[in-house]
Design a protein around this ligand. Structure first.
Ligand SMILES: Cc1cc2nc3c(=O)[nH]c(=O)nc-3n(C[C@H](O)[C@H](O)[C@H](O)COP(=O)(O)O)c2cc1C
Length: 178
């Protein structure tokens, strides 16, 4: 990494937002390693770590993913993408639910790490749509028993995307539901 200052954790959490506008600059292997390390640092049920990751930087492959995913067109200007995959056979009790839950936590870590590095990222859905999972599996040669949970484009934000204020006291029940 260069001499960039990493903001504190709560600032990163509050500033994270889905980034849909990228400058087109590339993302370095070093930056991708940091994102993958953050993903693998996530908690998982009984520490099964039922996840694997496909990292894509090839422009043609990124564009192919954009062609098949209806709500991932921002990938055309992203520098890379990480596809977080859940593996039910490696999850606690071989449960699909744990594969999805644990891989979701890995995904959120990746989104937060991107924000910490001054990059932008966004979860775009593959799971639970059979047609999207099929297309992603086909382009990336992912086995049928592996769940491609999402495609996370990563790039340099233009600055257009801003964090949303979401705190809502009405969503909090104190002591009991009321
Ligand atoms: C499970 C899930 C699926 C999502 N799928 C898409 C998607 O396919 N395309 C997209 O543009 N955004 C997608 N998003 C991003 C959400 O739209 C975004 O997180 C939400 O609007 C809140 O905005 P924020 O991330 O900036 O806080 C998805 C988010 C989640 C958690």
């Amino acid at each position: 990494m260069n001499q960039q200052t990493i903001p504190d954790t709560l600032t990163v959490i509050r500033n994270r937002r889905s980034v849909r506008n990228y400058t087109g600059e590339s993302v370095t292997q070093g930056q991708l390693e940091i994102l993958l390390d953050a993903g693998m640092a996530a908690p998982s049920a009984v520490n099964c770590q039922p996840w694997e990751f496909v990292v894509v930087t090839d422009r043609k492959t990124l564009d192919k993913l954009g062609d098949v995913l209806p709500y991932a067109k921002m990938i055309y200007t992203a520098g890379a993408a990480i596809i977080v995959c859940g593996i039910p056979s490696k999850a606690h009790k071989q449960m699909v639910e744990y594969a999805v839950i644990d891989s979701t936590l890995a995904s959120e870590n990746i989104l937060l790490a991107a924000e910490a590095l001054g990059l932008g990222a966004i979860w775009t859905a593959a799971y639970p749509y059979p047609d999207r999972m099929k297309s992603v599996r086909s382009i990336l040669n992912i086995p049928s028993e592996v769940i491609p949970l999402n495609v996370i484009p990563v790039g340099h934000p233009t600055g257009e995307d801003k964090p949303k204020e979401k705190f809502n006291p009405n969503k909090i029940h104190r002591e009991k539901w009321q």
